[in-house]
Ligand binder design. Structure first.
Ligand code: FNR
Length: 184
C-alpha cells in the first residue's frame, strides 16, 4: 500500500512556479507514494479565540493532516521568508495547544524562485518551524529550485532533462525517508 503524502504549496497564484514544481514532483514520484495537492487558500487566519469552536475548514484540515503518512512542502520566498498563507497553515495545524496534527510526520522541503538562489531563505525559515513542530524533515538532498521561470513549457511540463532527473531523484530519496520514518 502506498504512503499518503499531503502536498502544501505556499503560493495561491494561478500560474505559480511552485505549483508547477509540485505537480512535476507528483508526476515523477515513485509508486510507493500517493500524493495529494492540498488547498490552503480557504483556511481563515488562525485565532486562538476560535479554539473552543473551530471553523469547519480547520477541523477538516487537521483531520486530513492526521490521516496522512508524510508531508511535502513546495514554497516560494516572500521577503526572504515563507509566504503568510503557508505560515497560517502551519499555525492552524499546530493547535489547539498540545494537540498538533503535524507531530512526527516525515517531510521534505522544496523551495522555488525565478532568482538564482532558489528561495534559500524561505527553505530554511520553513525548516525552523518544522523542527519546532517535531516534523522530521529530510536533510539531504536539498532542493533550491532557481531560475524557475525557465523550467516549464506552456503546458507545465519540464523543459530540461537535468531538472527532471534531479526532481525524480529527490522524490526517490523522499520515498525512502517516508518509509524509514514509518518503520519500514
Ligand atoms: C517575491 N519574490 C521573491 N523572490 C525571491 O527569490 N526572494 C524574495 O524574498 C522574494 N520576495 C517576494 C515578495 C513578494 C510579496 C512577492 C509577491 C514576490 C518573487 C517571487 O519569487 C516570484 O513572484 C515567484 O514567482 C513567486 O512564486 P510562485 O507564485 O511563482 O510560486
Amino acid at each position: 500500500m502506498a504512503y499518503k503524502i499531503a502536498v502544501y504549496v505556499g503560493s495561491l497564484r494561478q500560474a505559480s512556479f511552485s505549483r508547477k514544481t509540485a505537480k512535476a514532483l507528483i508526476t515523477l514520484a515513485p509508486d510507493s507514494l500517493q500524493l495529494e495537492l492540498m488547498d490552503i487558500s480557504r483556511l481563515s487566519f488562525y485565532n486562538e479565540d476560535l479554539d473552543e469552536s473551530p471553523p469547519e475548514e480547520w477541523v477538516l484540515f487537521r483531520k486530513h493532516l492526521k490521516d496522512c503518512d508524510g508531508l511535502l512542502f513546495v514554497t516560494p520566498e516572500y521577503n526572504r521568508t515563507i509566504p503568510g498563507v503557508l505560515k497560517n497553515a502551519l499555525d492552524v495545524g499546530s493547535r489547539p495547544y498540545g494537540e498538533s496534527s503535524w507531530d512526527g510526520k516525515p517531510a521534505a522541503v522544496v523551495s522555488v524562485s525565478p532568482s538564482a538562489i532558489g528561495a534559500f531563505g524561505a527553505n530554511h525559515h520553513l525548516r525552523q518551524a518544522l523542527a519546532y513542530l517535531n516534523i522530521p524533515t529530510m536533510a539531504q538532498p536539498e532542493a533550491y529550485i532557481g531560475h524557475a521561470n525557465e523550467l516549464f513549457a506552456d503546458d507545465g511540463s519540464l523543459i530540461k532533462e537535468s531538472t527532471e532527473k534531479f526532481l525524480r531523484d529527490f522524490m526517490d530519496a523522499f520515498a525512502n525517508w517516508v518509509a524509514r520514518l514509518n518503520g519500514q
